[in-house]
Design a binder for this molecule. Structure first.
Ligand code: C2E
Ligand code: MG
Ligand code: MG
Length: 740
């Protein structure tokens, strides 16, 4: 503190006045001591007097401690001391108070800020000293510095915040940071004083927004939400905002808004939402597809199950009658036989075949035939016990398996079956009866398995048929021999043609009108070196079932026509040659062509050949038969229906067959002299044939009486032992020469 030569103690006056002065001094001292600022009187750079506060500020225990020292010690250094003196004395010299904030030094060396006021006691004379008031403002200064740094920091935060921050008062910008400006596309400072309406898309949105934050502001709460704002260039941006009134009680203080552009986030979110929606849509679609697929699969599986059940049924049951088929029968038979073996019981296997059932099919149609079979199946099932199996092999063939029975029991069942089959079947308008033939084989006597047993039952069934049908037969050693013979014949027949064992015999056919032999029927003969003569009735069925009938049949046609041609060449008057056709030949597609080529080879007039076809063969496939017969007729060959009366010819077909001749079966001819029924039948056949323009020939004519009857009824021709047995070629040649 600059020195002053003014002495404050120097005063003079009256005693009263002295007392008053002393009082005044005491009062001044009290004031000085109690002042909140440090006060010091300095004269010639020495601290002369100071108050308590001064001493305290500079770190002295009492005012007395502080005195008598140089005022230089109050400053950080000499330079600062002189700098102050230079600044202060020119001012103080003018009588003015010098005021400044000055950095000073406490006793312990600590520097601190003061507000210093200095004044010269006598501006005209610096020696009188100076008075300084020292106000320690270090705390205030520190607080201010702190405030400044806080403000600085805040400013930094504000300016560098990633979010937009704006202070609004009366909805106008008082301050905002750069992020806010950048966010809305404004230049720095451009928004100052601007109304917030500026960044709303419409007036209405601006008004509505105020409605949203009014209540939270008033409640002292923050408003948080998403608002669409508008950039300077008009682009809308989506913002997340958080705003709060600075003073909830006084809206006039405005509010702070923290704003964040979430357009990008929103669009990503939207895209995500969209993607999610798409995905969900896709998933839903797939789910539906899957559900559909699953449903379809389930449906397929169900269908498959039904189909499999159906297949299972088809595999084990006959489709027409619902009876077990051969496969299931075989299974049951195996069980039955092994059970019988354990229990030492007998099992019966029955083979049941309907007699002439083909005729039903041929004449009334397959539908009627099927219905007969269905009805018969039901009857058979009803006639046997629960543990018995009735199965169908196909056609009109049934196999019955009767466990735990014996010959007696089997015979009883067979009787019952014959009875039950005999009851007439009423199908549509038809009432028909069928008769079965039954063959029975017994386990263990006749065989040990289904194969062996069914062969025996089959053979026994054939025997039943041979014995007049509508009956049952047990398998016997004799039947065994018969089936052995069938096998034997079959093997021998295979070599018969090559070994020249076959021969044709010829039986004359006589015209009723002239009594002349007008034709011959070629009948096959087989002479085997060991077996001897075998009847065609025996070997022809074997040839048919083995297919051997085709080469044999061709040989017959060729031999018979060649023979006739030879006779004619030798001078015999031309007669017709009747040749029997088997069904296998007739069904063969090449037949008409074969016949023509043989006739051409032989050089015989086709009109001299007559082909005999049995009634049942013609009726099997009537339409096919008509076509083949037409073809043959057009080639000039005559057709005759053999064994007429045994089948179920329908009149309408008969007419369409356009056959030349009907051969009345010998079974009718045999009894015509006695049996009125046969007479009636034969009579009817003859008159029907003549009305259809057909010839008739009676076969098996053996007596004069038969001949007379036939002639009287108008039968055109006759054939039989009465005239001649079938003769060898040579014998027939002789016969012809004799009778002519
Ligand atoms: P079918 O064609 O009805 O022949 C008539 C059968 O009656 C012949 O028997 C004949 O010998 C016999 N017969 C002729 N007159 C009399 C008579 O007055 N009284 C008796 N009781 N019988 C008489 P056969 O020769 O034993 O032939 C039997 C059957 O064999 C023939 O019946 C025919 O269906 C078949 N057959 C014969 N030869 C052939 C052939 O070359 N081919 C074909 N597919 N079948 C033939
Ligand atoms: Mg014949
Ligand atoms: Mg015949």
């Amino acid at each position: 503190m600059p020195a002053s030569n003014t002495d404050p103690d120097c005063h003079a006056g009256q005693p009263d006045a002295l007392a008053q002065l002393q009082l005044a001094l005491r009062e001044q001292q009290a004031i000085l001591d109690n002042a909140g600022v440090g006060i010091v009187f300095i004269k010639r750079r020495i601290l002369i007097r100071c108050n308590q506060r001064f001493a305290q500020v500079f770190g002295h225990a009492s005012a007395a401690d502080a005195l008598r020292s140089s005022n230089m010690s109050l400053y950080p250094n000499e330079a600062s001391f002189h700098a102050l003196a230079e600044a202060a004395y020119p001012v103080m010299a003018q009588g003015l108070a010098y005021k400044s904030e000055v950095l000073m030094k406490r006793r312990d060396g600590q520097l601190f800020w003061t507000h210093l006021t200095g004044k010269l006691v006598n501006p005209a004379d610096t020696d009188e000293g100076s008075i300084w008031i020292v106000d320690d403002i270090s705390e205030r200064k520190a607080a201010q510095a702190q405030l400044e740094s806080v403000l600085n920091e805040q400013g930094l935060i504000l300016d560098n915040a990633m979010v937009g921050i704006v202070f609004l008062r009366d909805r106008r910008v008082t301050r905002c940071n750069q992020s806010f400006e950048t966010m809305l596309g404004y230049a720095p400072g451009e928004l100052h004083g601007v109304s917030s309406r500026q960044w709303y898309l419409t007036e209405q949105e601006w008004i509505d927004a105020a409605e949203r934050w009014r209540a939270p502001f008033a409640a002292g709460q923050a408003f948080e939400g998403e608002i669409t704002l508008c950039k300077k260039n008009g682009t809308p941006i989506f913002c997340e905002v958080r705003a709060k009134a600075i003073d909830p009680n006084d809206p006039g203080h405005g509010a702070i808004w923290i704003t964040m552009d979430i357009t990008a986030r929103k669009s990503v979110e939207n895209e995500l939402l969209q993607a999610r929606a798409n995905l969900e849509g896709l998933v839903e679609l797939r789910t539906q597809e899957l559900r559909r697929t699953v449903l379809e699969l389930e449906k397929k599986a169900a269908e498959q199950e039904v189909a499999e059940a159906h297949i299972q049924r088809l595999a084990h049951f006959d489709a027409l009658t619902g009876l077990p088929n051969r496969l299931l029968l075989s299974d049951r038979c195996q069980h039955a036989l092994s059970a019988a073996q354990r229990a030492q019981q007998c099992v019966a296997l029955m083979f049941l075949d309907l007699d002439h059932f083909k005729n039903v099919n041929d004449s009334l149609g397959h539908r009627v035939g099927d219905e007969v079979l269905v009805e018969l199946a039901a009857r058979l099932k009803a006639a046997v016990r629960e543990q018995d199996t009735v199965s169908r092999l196909g056609g009109d063939e049934f196999i019955l398996l009767l466990p735990d029975t014996n010959a007696e029991g089997a015979a009883r069942v067979a009787d019952k079956l014959l009875q039950t089959a005999l009851m007439p079947f009423q199908i549509e308008q038809h009432e028909l009866t069928v008769t079965p033939s039954i063959g029975i084989a017994l386990y263990p006597k006749d065989g040990a398995d289904l194969d062996a047993l069914s062969k025996c039952a089959d053979a026994a069934m054939y025997r039943a048929k041979e014995d007049g049908r509508n009956s049952y037969r047990f398998f016997t050693a004799e039947i065994q021999a018969h089936s052995d013979r069938t096998l034997l014949l079959h093997n021998a027949l295979r070599r018969a043609l090559a070994r020249d064992q076959l021969e044709l015999h010829y039986q004359p056919q006589i015209s009723m009108e002239t009594g002349r032999t007008v034709g011959a029927e070629a009948l096959l003969r087989w002479h085997h070196p060991e077996l001897g003569a075998v009847s065609p009735a025996e070997f022809i069925p074997i040839a048919e079932s083995s297919g051997l009938i085709l080469p044999i049949g061709e040989w017959v046609i060729r031999t018979a026509t060649t023979q006739l041609m030879a006779w004619i060449t030798q001078g015999m008057a031309p007669i017709t040659m009747a040749v029997n056709l088997s069904s296998a030949q007739f069904r063969h597609a090449d037949l008409p062509q074969l016949v023509t080529s043989i006739l051409e080879d032989v050089g015989l007039d086709p009109g001299l050949l007559e082909l005999e076809l049995t009634e049942s063969v013609a009726m099997t496939h009537p339409l096919g038969a008509i076509a083949v017969m037409d073809d043959l007729r057009q080639r000039g060959v005559r057709m005759a229906i053999d064994d007429f009366g045994t089948g179920y010819s329908s009149l309408s077909y008969l007419k369409r067959f356009q056959v030349y001749k009907l051969k009345i079966d010998q079974s009718f001819v045999r009894d015509i002299t006695e049996d009125p029924d046969d007479r009636a039948i034969v009579g009817a056949i003859i008159s029907m044939a003549s009305s259809l323009g057909m010839q008739t020939i009676a076969e098996g004519v053996e007596t004069e009486g038969q001949l007379e009857f036939l002639r009287a009824r108008g039968c055109t021709e006759a054939q039989g032992y009465y005239f001649s047995r079938p003769l060898s070629a040579v014998a027939f040649g002789n016969y012809m020469r004799e009778v002519v």
